[in-house]
Design a protein around this ligand. Structure first.
Ligand SMILES: [Zn+2]
Length: 148
């Protein structure tokens, strides 16, 4: 009996979705496998806490919390996107204005022009990457909070 299969069955077990034969299979495996037994007990605790929370909290309030968090996430996502677009435009336009003179100057060597444009392009990529990282870290922190 492989552990992965049992672990899948464990959550169904707690939900009361298994037939007698499947239950027996899970129970038999749990007797001889401390790893899955630990998972089984933790899952039981988790379900217990969840059902207590559901009992304490009225359904309506739970839904409200859910929608507030969705809205917050959306709001922040849009904020970051707008900020990124603005920053890119500013950087491009500002940077272009700054180097326009150098680029248009016929006496500037081509290699120098390419170098300047690369730096500008690189800055934009770095900025976008930084912003995406910020977004990602925020999301991960939120998951951590949920795990606690
Ligand atoms: Zn196991």
């Amino acid at each position: 009996m492989d552990h992965q299969k049992i672990k899948e069955l464990i959550s169904s077990y707690h939900d009361g979705e298994l037939d007698e034969a499947q239950k027996k299979r899970v129970e038999r495996h749990l007797e001889e496998c401390p790893e899955c037994r630990k998972e089984f007990e933790e899952m039981g605790k988790f379900e217990e806490v969840m059902s207590q929370m559901e009992l304490k909290k009225p359904q309506k309030e739970a839904w409200q919390m859910y929608w507030t968090s969705v809205y917050n996430r959306l709001e922040r996502g849009i904020g970051w996107i707008l900020f990124s677009i603005g920053a890119i435009i500013l950087l491009f336009f500002g940077g272009y204005k700054l180097v326009e003179g150098i680029i248009q100057d016929a006496s500037t060597p081509l290699i120098l022009k390419i170098g300047i444009l690369s730096i500008l392009g690189g800055l934009v990529v770095l900025l976008v990457s930084l912003l995406r990282e910020q977004l990602f870290v925020r999301r991960r922190e939120r998951y951590k909070e949920i795990e606690k």
